[in-house]
Design a protein around this ligand. Structure first.
Ligand SMILES: Cc1cc2nc3c(=O)[nH]c(=O)nc-3n(C[C@H](O)[C@H](O)[C@H](O)COP(=O)(O)OP(=O)(O)OC[C@H]3O[C@@H](n4cnc5c(N)ncnc54)[C@H](O)[C@@H]3O)c2cc1C
Length: 410
């Protein structure tokens, strides 16, 4: 295995490994680190050019789900392990970014470049981890109910990898579906609003009042039929720089080129509308947008247990817990906007390993956004802090499986 960089493609033709992870978002990166640190021969395959997934390409400002939401400021992260190590690294890179309370929850402001570089450098340190960027899993072969081969398209060249165990960290559960796993998907009218982030620069003296003014102007633009109705639930926040602001546009509709085109077009219309009405926007420009429209809700792979809203709100505890989470249920409803349901202050729930274990396929685990939860529970489990711990739990369990042929949490 090559250390810390793309494996040699020709060597991959009949490549074997202990643990294969598809998707290098926050869950996949932590799964890879946990697996490699437990001495499993690990390959991490990522479709894009860098690690971090939408945690980097989504232009978000806060890592949510890292802390216990109580009255007192948190002393540390709610989960230990690699997640805590990563927050330590982020703090060293940007010491001014400290835990912040927004409403009833604690979040960690972060710099996306920092997250990327922490992920890169931690992965490079692992002798048994090979990272394959710009490569996508396109097919999965099974024999006797087990995954035996995964086909990878690496810049036009097809190769097979034969893992002892596969972890699906693709966000949308795409490899689990290729493997024939069952999944749940909300009907179109219930699927939560997706998002598209715009970063504005060149703003003049932007201040907090914009988070109220912008929704007002948005509703005016919608009334004038310049923007679609579902965009009324978009939000605005200030950036780190004095001339910077972020707008998270709410987007509806199935994943398609048309949805992407609409989001790009609407961001230009919105910017023109605001620049014509708000002095802060005069002379401003769109500096960047998220890499595309990002789904809050997609396929949820059916596991051996499905976490529910009751489990979350009643602070459920499990014998096979892999992660703790205190983040509220946050539903981005198409007709009502954002609806929050909070746990009692100071409480947390646990996510059992069985939510990561795909039903009926012995050597398939999932981590991150596509685990086995109801639509409501997903409103809490999908935040980055929780996804990282889920990845870590999956990586640990997979390394154990590769060595012993069974799982540690039984
Ligand atoms: C609009 C929006 C706003 C959000 N805001 C926040 C926020 O402010 N704070 C917060 O903590 N959370 C936020 N979240 C939630 C959070 O960012 C995500 O749920 C979380 O990052 C998901 O991590 P993941 O690793 O499961 O998936 P992803 O980050 O989606 O990573 C999946 C990776 O898999 C790769 N992949 C997919 N298919 C393949 C394939 N076939 N082969 C190889 N690679 C593949 C993708 O390229 C991607 O890099 C937000 C989500 C959305 C949609």
């Amino acid at each position: 295995m090559l250390k810390g960089e793309a494996a040699n493609v020709t060597n991959l033709t009949a490549s074997r490994c202990d643990v294969l992870i598809i998707g290098g978002g926050v869950s996949g990166t932590l799964a890879a680190l946990a697996s490699a640190r437990n001495r499993a021969d690990t390959i991490l395959v990522e479709k894009g050019p860098f690690l971090g997934g939408i945690g980097c390409s989504g232009l978000f400002q806060y890592i949510c789900g890292l802390y216990l939401n109580g009255d007192a400021a948190p002393a540390g992260t709610i989960n230990g392990g690699i997640v805590r190590e990563i927050t330590g690294c982020l703090h060293r890179l940007s010491p001014h970014k400290t835990v912040k309370k927004i409403g009833q929850v604690y979040v960690l402001p972060y710099n996306r470049e920092d997250l990327r570089s922490v992920f890169d450098s931690l992965c490079k340190q692992e002798e048994t981890l090979s990272l394959l960027n710009n490569a996508a899993a396109v097919n999965v072969d099974k024999e006797s109910g087990k995954i035996v081969r995964v086909r990878i398209n690496h810049q036009g060249t097809l190769n097979n990898i034969a893992p002892k165990i596969l972890i699906d960290c693709s966000g949308s559960g795409v490899v689990s579906v290729l493997a024939g796993a069952d999944f749940a998907l909300s009907p179109p009218e219930k699927i939560q609003l997706a998002g598209y982030t715009i970063r504005f620069k060149g703003m003049k003296d932007p201040d907090e009042t914009l988070s109220i003014k912008i929704p007002y102007y948005l509703s005016e633009a919608i009334r004038e039929k310049m923007l679609p109705e579902y965009m009324r639930f978009s939000t605005f926040s200030l950036g780190d720089d004095d001339d910077e602001g972020y707008c998270k546009l709410s987007v509806s509709g199935p994943d398609s080129d048309e949805r992407e085109r609409m989001a790009g077009e609407c961001s230009r219309v919105l910017h023109g509308y605001l620049a014509g009405r708000l002095p802060s926007f005069r002379g401003s420009y769109i500096a960047e947008t998220s890499s595309g429209v990002m789904d809050r809700e997609g396929r949820r792979i059916c596991g051996e247990y499905t976490l529910t809203e009751e489990d979350v709100l009643n602070a459920g505890k499990f014998h096979d817990s892999v992660a703790k989470n205190s983040w509220p249920i946050e539903i981005w409803d198409k007709s009502k906007g954002t609806v929050y349901k909070y746990l009692t202050a100071g409480e947390y729930y646990e996510i059992p390993f069985r939510c990561l274990k795909a039903k009926g396929i012995a050597n398939l685990l999932c981590a991150g956004r596509c685990i086995s939860v109801t639509r409501e529970a997903l409103g809490s489990t999908r935040v980055m802090g929780a996804c990282m711990s889920l990845g870590e739990g999956a990586g640990l369990a997979a390394a154990h499986y590769a060595k012993n042929g069974n799982y540690p949490f039984t």
